[in-house]
Design a protein around this ligand. Structure first.
Ligand SMILES: [Fe+2]
Ligand SMILES: [Fe+2]
Length: 295
């Protein structure tokens, strides 16, 4: 694996030169570059304020319910710590791509909500899902803004560049976490992999359970967001239908998709039937999500 551009850390250390081979040895050296890592609690930061604001996202009003669960998620968030430099990366992301930043916050809330679901019997730790979600798209900050914020469909070349973000984030996490990198680096590296091997960057089937959870909600958020490659976003209902179809194809765990179906259906204020066996919402015209590799 190689990168097209030199990769620098937030504190301006050259981690990898363009074209250099990236192998285990290189990654080990990068993890060894980090000296003292200062961890900060996010509870008193702007990130925490932004996370709380993100619960107001109307697209998710059916899912972010009831309020007691939201408060529980917030109390887990307040306990999260992360390296100061990762916090700086996220603040930088907010500046250069508010859209990507908001997306990252939504993924953290959604994965935390699922991890607290009774049906999963503590299979996922909420602290871990929040942390890993906040790191999953770190690599996007190094994608040229003409590509990251482009409003028109991406060319094949641009898409290939965008698809380097899991690798870039993986490398950055080696540096930011030093010897602890293994606890976190997969969240970036594997979140676009799928259980049937149809994902990227490696096309592996045996992925980490947290990466898989992030991958599902990442897809949901991508579908209901404005994206350059389709005229309008999916409705929540159409998006969840799409996830169901993907789980039928063996890409996503059915049990996790079923939890999202349940949230969208039963926990809505007024409990309107949103997902039914019949009368599915159609995907928006001109959609190419899932037909070409998704971002
Ligand atoms: Fe991503
Ligand atoms: Fe993402």
């Amino acid at each position: 694996m190689q990168l097209e551009n030199d990769l620098y850390s937030f504190d301006k250390k050259l981690l990898i030169k363009a074209g250099d081979l990236i192998d285990r040895g290189t990654l080990k050296n990068i993890a060894g570059l980090s000296e003292h890592i200062r961890y900060v609690q996010i509870k008193d930061t702007q990130l925490m304020n932004d996370l709380i604001q993100a619960f107001k996202d109307k697209r998710y009003s059916n899912i972010f319910w009831p309020p007691e669960t939201n408060l529980k998620i917030i109390s887990y968030m307040r306990r999260v710590t992360m390296p100061e430099k990762v916090l700086s990366e996220l603040a930088h992301m907010k500046k250069i791509s508010p859209y990507t930043y908001h997306h990252i916050l939504m993924i953290a809330i959604l994965t935390a909500k699922i991890s607290l679901d009774n049906s999963l019997k503590n299979k996922y730790s909420p602290d871990m899902t929040i942390r890993l979600s906040l790191f999953h798209d770190l690599g996007k900050s190094r994608i040229p803004l003409r590509i990251l914020n482009k409003r028109l469909p991406l060319t094949r070349e641009e898409r290939l560049i965008l698809h380097t973000h899991p690798l870039i984030g993986y490398i950055l996490l080696h540096y930011y976490f030093g010897k602890d990198h293994k606890k976190y680096d997969f969240s970036s590296f594997q979140h676009h992999e799928r259980l049937d091997g149809s994902g990227y960057p490696l096309g592996i089937k045996g992925l980490n359970k947290y990466s898989h959870l992030i991958g599902i909600v990442d897809t949901l958020d991508a579908l209901i967001s404005e994206r350059p490659y389709r005229k309008k976003p999916f409705t929540l209902r159409a998006a969840i239908d799409f996830l169901s179809d993907e789980s039928e194809k063996g890409r996503f765990l059915k049990g996790l998709v079923r939890i999202l179906i349940r949230y969208a259906r039963k926990e809505a204020p007024g409990a309107k039937l949103i997902i039914g066996a019949r009368g599915r919402d159609k995907e928006p015209a001109g959609n190419s999500y899932g037909k070409t590799a998704a971002s």
